[in-house]
Write a protein that binds this ligand. Structure first.
Ligand code: UT7
Length: 314
């Protein structure tokens, strides 16, 4: 049976940095509080959603060696598009000189992981031959800088992968899991009031507990369905919401904390971009090499989560 593979990754981060010292000058907070409660030291801010998505997608495409003619789909996961119409994916498609299908997908911070599962299904069915999958968010455009409880969390960025059909079905994506608990959607919202996103509103403590629980369950389900144990997983690329969440999930799964790749110190929470940003870091420093088994896990507003176990083919 045909399978799918992840063959390359690319990223884009804006040049400007917002450090904890900048927040100390802006509001009543301290570097010590932010680092100890979140692990964040700085975030990258600026750019446009379409621009960041295009840069990340271009880098992933260039690194893939896949002929542009074979790209049949662009999927962009975002909750902060520049415009509601056209889709961000349409802008990326055009900027890259592609003529394939293109659409956006919103599953908040789980968006990239949802997009990987969606594209996997389309590759396996034979509907498409190859796709560019982007996770991008400009969270600082939707951040309320009067609210110190959320303002210090978010940054901007994009990450992308190229996925291709694997005719033999012997390498690449091994399993997936996906879910949403809409009954708890009010714990994390970005409401639109009078046409404007007024900022992220959340009950951080309760959200923290739910996110750890869902991430643990989803990661465990995907690994079990792959027929392997966590000891076979070289690296976990999980949503970078809070260093304490990454550590808590690792501890609950009895996985060494450093198996969970962390980039949050220098990116903050970049929502849909965070999983491919972590993947790119791990590939870049050699922690993940071709043939290694990896676990991608996204979780966030919805509340939604999705995981994929794959053998990295980059
Ligand atoms: O990406 C989607 C998923 N997102 C998440 O999963 C986020 C999950 N939640 C979290 O990461 C954490 O709940 C936060 C980092 C948001 C907050 O950390 P916390 O340890 O849960 O803090 P808290 O909200 O309970 O606040 C503790 C104290 C409060 O003061 P009192 O009431 O104890 O006097 C806050 O007012 O810390 C205070 N506080 C701050 N102090 C300094 C809140 N924000 C700040 C701040 N600087 N920036």
């Amino acid at each position: 049976m045909t399978g799918s593979r992840l063959v390359s990754v690319g990223t884009a981060l804006p040049d400007d940095r917002l450090t904890n010292a900048d927040f100390e000058a802006m509001m009543e907070t301290t570097d010590e509080w932010i680092v100890s409660r979140t692990g964040i030291r700085e975030r990258r801010v600026g750019g446009t959603t379409t621009g960041l998505a295009t840069d990340a997608a271009r880098q992933a495409l260039d690194r893939s060696g896949v002929d542009r003619d074979r790209i049949d789909l662009v999927v962009v996961a975002t909750q902060t598009p520049d415009d509601l119409c056209p889709s961000t994916a349409a802008g990326v498609q055009h900027a890259l000189g592609l003529t394939c299908g293109a659409f956006d997908l919103n599953a908040a911070c789980a968006g990239f992981s949802y997009a990987v599962v969606t594209v996997h299904a389309m590759l396996v069915s034979g509907a498409i031959r190859a796709a560019v999958v982007v996770g991008v968010d400009r969270m600082t455009a939707a951040t309320d800088y009067e609210d110190r409880g959320t303002a210090i969390l978010f940054g901007d960025g994009a990450g992308a992968v190229v996925m291709t059909a694997d005719p033999a079905g012997t390498v690449g994506v091994r399993s997936w899991d996906m879910g949403t608990d809409g009954g708890h959607s009010d714990i994390l919202t970005s409401p639109i009031k009078d046409g404007t996103i007024t900022g992220v509103e959340m009950d951080g403590k309760i959200l923290f507990k739910h996110m750890v629980g869902y991430a643990v369950e989803s990661a465990r389900a995907a690994v079990e369905r792959a027929g392997i144990g966590f000891d076979s997983v070289r690296a976990v690329l999980a949503h970078q919401a809070n260093q304490r969440i990454l550590d808590a999930v690792a501890d609950r799964l009895s996985v060494p904390r450093d198996t969970f790749v962390s980039v949050i110190a220098h990116t903050g929470n970049t929502s849909a971009a965070s999983v491919p940003l972590a993947l790119d870091a791990a590939v870049g420093d050699g922690r993940v090499r071709s043939g290694d088994t990896i676990l991608l896990t996204g979780f966030g507003g919805g509340l939604s989560w999705a995981s994929t176990v794959a053998v990295w083919q980059g």
